[in-house]
Design a protein around this ligand. Structure first.
Ligand code: UN1
Length: 517
């Protein structure tokens, strides 16, 4: 999109080209289990850019769900016997196909989730990165060996495939969060059933078509299945399904609590990636350019609809005024509008409901004594869901900033002592991501100490959002404690087996127990 013309920002035109490249129709079957399964009911996919209908995706019910489970169990039986390196090779091929179709897939995300071009493309890049990571991972999946207390014994642990894994994803990362789970789980030897958010069904079809073509080319079993449908029907079927030893869920704290209880009641495992309420602490010694860019990116990217979005800026009193003024300037200059336009920084919110939540939160903030410094208005443009990101001066007595509002609102606070800043950071129920902007070594040490930031991700001189795939992603407290993607998150998708091997000619017992027969 170098030369900007009206076609390159026209939803209808971009949709037409992307659909054609990705093999998407106006109406698509929404369930895939080695074959596309048509259904009677459809979910409408609406673009938040202009409220236009992108198309329709079939919604599965109980019958389709049973077929998906059956296929997934059979595929698992075959797949788990395949050498892990071959599984890695196949996931790598999916990565290559994603690379080929990156442009159109990214545009699909821009159309359906409203992400600006670079972020839509970035999300597909994130998938390619996970696929590449998984090729290497497939040659590892390593266990430990321990010394044994008994002579001629070996003690070790090995990791064994777990079973069909269910992955429920949310609208804001309609593709990459699936890959964090699906690529890692499949390299680990599991089959994967995906239930995407009903707000972004079309993206799941585009991804699944790519996966389908690679699996067919490689004559691999259908380990990746898809079932679109509502949370109330398909979601509940997943939670209660005993064939899934693991359910990975991304969504709100409220829904996560329910998921956790239901899956736990059948002694299944969960990986929960729930809400965040992330703060950036800006020390008096922070580099002004880095901190302003970091906080602005964290707060404005994806229009504040990331779990990693910066929602609170905790600023040292010595630089408070200057920093707030600089942020205000960025907010007032930020181009809001059609995300297909390369100059746009902030695209639309996902739907009308999100706009209402944005407005409601701001009204509550003002009632509670907060002061809107800039933004907060709803923008009427092209029937899309656009708002002006808000900067709100906040105080400790307010309640609203303790909640996660999935919209671009940044609450700013002033602090005196560093301890106070850490306390304010940790006071919320959520525990996903924190940033510290500083050049002070003592502050850095404090921040990383046991009484420092209590979030799963901590960032020094960089944003709360935009984590790389190589680390384990997830957070503590109400964020749910799950870890996905890199590092040793793969262990979640396997079962650990402790092996005791006696290669001697007698049977010595552990703990010196004497047993006569
Ligand atoms: C999410 O918001 O659910 O760190 C995931 C980030 C992205 C992933 C966010 N890599 O912002």
């Amino acid at each position: 999109m170098n030369s900007l013309n009206s076609e390159s920002v026209n939803v209808k035109k971009v949709r037409e080209a992307a659909f054609q490249d990705l093999g998407i129709e106006e109406r698509n079957a929404g369930v895939y289990a080695g074959r596309w399964i048509g259904t009677e009911k459809f979910i409408k996919s609406v673009s938040p850019i202009d409220s236009s209908t992108l198309g329709f995706v079939g919604a599965g019910g109980e019958g389709e769900f049973r077929e998906v489970v059956g296929t997934s169990l059979r595929a698992f039986d075959e797949w788990k016997e395949m050498p892990a390196t071959r599984r890695g090779e196949i996931v790598g091929k999916i990565g290559m196909k994603l690379q080929e179709k990156k442009r159109s897939l990214g545009l699909m995300i821009s159309l359906e989730a409203g992400k600006v071009i670079t972020e839509g493309q970035g999300e597909i890049q994130e998938m390619i990165d996970v696929a590449n990571f998984c090729i290497g991972l497939s040659r590892q999946l390593y266990g430990l060996t321990m010394t044994s207390e008994r002579p001629f014994h070996r003690l070790m642990e090995q990791w064994v495939p777990l079973g069909p894994v269910a992955v429920i994803t949310s609208f804001n990362f309609p593709a990459s969060v699936w890959s964090w789970n699906a690529f890692v789980a499949s390299v680990a030897g599991d089959s994967v059933v995906w239930k995407p958010s009903s707000k972004v069904p079309m993206t799941s079809i585009a991804i699944m078509k790519i996966v389908e073509s690679v699996m067919e080319e490689e004559s691999a079993p259908p380990v990746f299945s898809l079932i679109n449908g509502s949370g109330e029907s398909v979601g509940n079927l997943i939670l209660n399904e005993g064939s899934f030893p693991l359910v990975s869920f991304t969504g709100s704290v409220e829904s996560g609590r329910l998921v956790s209880q239901k899956v736990a009641s059948r002694l299944g495992r969960t990986i929960l990636e729930l809400g965040g309420n992330n703060a950036a602490i800006i020390s008096g010694t922070a580099d002004p350019e880095i901190s302003i860019k970091g906080v602005s990116f964290g707060a404005l990217a994806t229009a504040g609809q990331r779990c990693t979005s910066t929602r609170r800026a905790i600023i040292h009193e010595s630089i408070y005024e200057r920093t707030v003024n600089q942020l205000k300037e960025v907010y007032e200059k930020a181009k809001i509008g059609n995300p297909l336009h390369p100059d746009t920084l902030v695209g639309p919110l996902i739907d009308r409901g999100a706009v209402k939540k944005f407005r409601d939160a701001l009204e509550q903030a003002v009632r509670e004594g907060g002061k809107i410094l800039t933004g907060g208005d709803v923008i009427q443009q092209d029937n899309g869901y656009y708002v002006k990101p808000a900067l709100v001066e906040a105080n400790n007595r307010m309640k609203i900033w303790r909640e996660e509002t999935f919209a671009p609102i940044l609450y700013v606070f002033k602090y005196k002592n560093f301890g106070e800043a850490i306390e304010l950071n940790n006071t919320v129920r959520q525990g996903l991501s924190t940033s510290l902007f500083t050049s002070d070594l003592n502050e850095l040490g404090e921040f990383l100490s046991a009484h420092g930031a209590d979030t799963g991700l901590v960032n020094i001189n960089t944003a709360t959002a935009g984590a790389e795939i190589g680390g384990a992603f997830g957070g503590e407290k109400d964020t749910g404690g799950g870890r996905e993607s890199g590092s040793d998150a793969w262990k979640n998708y396997m079962r650990r087996q402790t092996v005791t091997l006696n290669y001697g000619k007698s049977l010595p017992l552990s703990q010196n127990v004497d047993f006569h027969i």
